[in-house]
Design a protein around this ligand. Sequence first.
Ligand SMILES: [Zn+2]
Length: 162
Amino acid sequence: MDSVSIEDYVFSFPAVSGLKKLPESLPVGSWISYQLSLEVFEAVTLQIGRLGSFTFRPGDYLYSGSARRGLKNRIDRHLRRKKKLRWHIDYLLHSPAVEIYRVLISTRPECELVQKGGGVVVVPGFGASDCRSGCGSHLRMVTVPDCKRKLQRTLASSVIVD
Ligand SMILES: [Zn+2]
C-alpha cells in the first residue's frame, strides 16, 4: 500500500481566470475535506439560497467542506462557474466578483479546518447545515493584508506540499 507521511496538500492557482485547475489525479491519501481560499473583489449582495440576502465585503474568505467520496469532482465543480445552484457556496461562487485562488485538501474533518482557519462569521449557518461542532458557519472572512496576498500569489506554483 502507498502511504503518505504529510497531511495536507495545497494547490494554488495563478490569479488569472480560466487557468484554475486541479492536477489530473490527486496525490494518494485519505482525503476527506477541502478548504477553498476565496477573494471577493468588490462588495456584492447575493441571495444565498433560503438563508436570505447578504452583502459580502471585499476581502479574503475561507470555505471548508467535505466529500468522503468524489473529492476531486466536488472541487472541480466548485471551480466551474456554470452549474445548477445547489449549496450555499454555489451562490457565492456564481458571482463574477468572487474567485477561488487556492485549494487545500486534507485528511482532517472539515470542522477542524474551519476552526484552524479562524476568521469571522459573515452569514450564520452558511454551509453548516450538518455541522455538529458549533462552527456557526463554514464560510469565514479572514483578514489578509494586501501585500501578503500579492506575495502569496507571486510565490504560488502549481503544487506546494504543505
Ligand atoms: Zn463545523
